[in-house]
Design a protein around this ligand. Structure first.
Ligand code: FE
Ligand code: FE
Length: 165
């Protein structure tokens, strides 16, 4: 096995755990969202995320490897920040920003994985990673769309003096 092959497997194990962590967090994010399109957006992405997990399992299979998860500390940290936004009721604009950090982490991870799969000539993996990468990018775009409405609304919303700081 080449060094790149090991790096690829290790990266797959990292994103496998990251996606599983996200599976647990998305229902809470959907519940916390006030804006209806944001709520349904999170629900749609929950279904997509289930597919992302399955695709990673398919990739491991295509490589004749057993699916193995390795604790993704980055996703853990990002989701902790997201939970804080929810607990402190910071609102939809802040919730979208937390979700964007998650999506961009995934886009970075899948971008590298797809590139390595190309170098490794793992065509099945390339195809599966590309599908997921496209869904992550589309999700990020949709979040940007909702952010326009939500941030306008929050700009017109007065906070009580006691809420500040
Ligand atoms: Fe994902
Ligand atoms: Fe995602």
């Amino acid at each position: 096995m080449s060094k790149l092959n090991e790096t690829f497997l290790s990266g797959l194990s990292d994103i496998y755990d990251a996606e599983k962590q996200l599976l647990k967090a998305l229902p809470k994010m959907s519940q916390a969202a006030e804006n209806e399109s944001l709520k349904t957006g999170f629900e749609t992405h929950l279904n997509e995320t289930r597919q992302h997990v399955k695709r990673i399992e398919q990739i491991f299979e295509s490589l004749d490897e057993k699916p193995e998860a390795k604790k993704c500390k980055a996703m853990k940290g990002l989701l902790e920040e997201g939970s804080e936004v929810i607990e402190k009721e910071e609102g939809d604009a802040a919730l979208i920003a937390a979700a964007q950090k998650v999506e961009h982490y995934e886009i970075a991870a899948y971008g590298s994985l797809k590139f390595w799969a190309e170098v490794l000539d793992e065509d099945a993996a390339v195809h599966l990673l590309e599908q997921t990468l496209n869904e992550e990018r589309a999700t990020s775009e949709k979040l940007n769309e909702v952010a326009k409405t939500v941030s306008q609304e929050e700009n017109e919303e007065e906070t009580a003096e006691s809420d500040k700081g």
